[in-house]
Design a protein. Sequence first.
Length: 116
Amino acid sequence: QVQLVESGGGLVQAEGSLRLSCAASGSPFDGSDMGWYRQGPGKEREFVARIFWVGGSTSYADSVKGRFTISRDNVKNTVYPQMNSLKPEDTAIYYCTFRRFGSISWGQGTQVTVSS
């Protein structure tokens, strides 16, 4: 059973930056990817970004391309989405995910609030 520990959420002004982190433990990492989803007020949960553990390839939602960058630390088993040029519409609960061979695990979520 994989454990995910998220941190880094908070309140930031528009055009500001935040860096979240998600540390994973309890699972092998071969064949896995880690990512982030978010759910804003009154909205459905949506994909934000993903990074594959082997090779490091990434993918992003169109809404965050050019503003968010996801990276990983193979030693700490941690992924970091760096979020720049934040907008009020980025306000949401951000959830870390760990996916391996079709099985997905979710973190508890961390709140990001962007004020205008």
